[in-house]
Design a protein around this ligand. Sequence first.
Ligand SMILES: O=P(O)(O)OC[C@H]1O[C@H](OP(=O)(O)OP(=O)(O)O)[C@H](O)[C@@H]1O
Ligand SMILES: Nc1ncnc2[nH]cnc12
Length: 191
Amino acid sequence: MFAAENGLKGDPRLQGISQAIRVVPHFPKPGIMFQDITTLLLDHKAFKDTVDIFVDRYRGMNISVVAGVEARGFMFGPSIALSIGAKFVPLRKPRKLPGEVISEAYDLEYGTDCLEMQIDAVKTGERALVIDDLVATGGTLSAAIGLLERMGAEVVECACVVGLREVKGQRRLDGKPLYILVEPRQLDECF
Ligand SMILES: O=P(O)(O)OC[C@H]1O[C@H](OP(=O)(O)OP(=O)(O)O)[C@H](O)[C@@H]1O
Ligand SMILES: Nc1ncnc2[nH]cnc12
């Protein structure tokens, strides 16, 4: 679901956030219109508005875990976690986390990748939010949901700054609500 259709219709912050994202054609490979959120991080108002919108939505929902996806979920997740009184759990690419981990492989456009989570990071019954910068195919978020559910956590919602109107033809992801602030810019050429 898009923020503009869920309480933030006409909110000028959404347009500011969209405009702060730089589109880089043909990065990292030909044909990709890369949605570069580093320019949003350079824009104090747009960065703060992004975090504030998520904090306003998730405060008071009894969420104790904010799980951020490497690498760009790490740029938004900790601020949200601190503000809503949750812990931050990094979901990392393989062989980055010490100790005992669980892994979930997922499909990319070409090939596969994997996310890992430390087994002592989350307890059964905890309520979790998954945060990333962008959802395209949804494969990465599905892996994140899988990790949390295997540890007995309840995934309340997945949240992204940028996303397609439909992921895998659905507005939900593995049955979980998906909350997106803005659509990709120059959508037709993006994905
Ligand atoms: O919905 P999907 O098709 O799974 O794609 C979305 C993922 O792709 C990007 O990460 P990337 O895999 O490029 O990793 P990086 O941020 O570590 O470079 C993005 O930050 C998401 O995590
Ligand atoms: N177009 C895109 N821009 C930024 N990150 C992405 N991850 C997958 N597709 C992407």
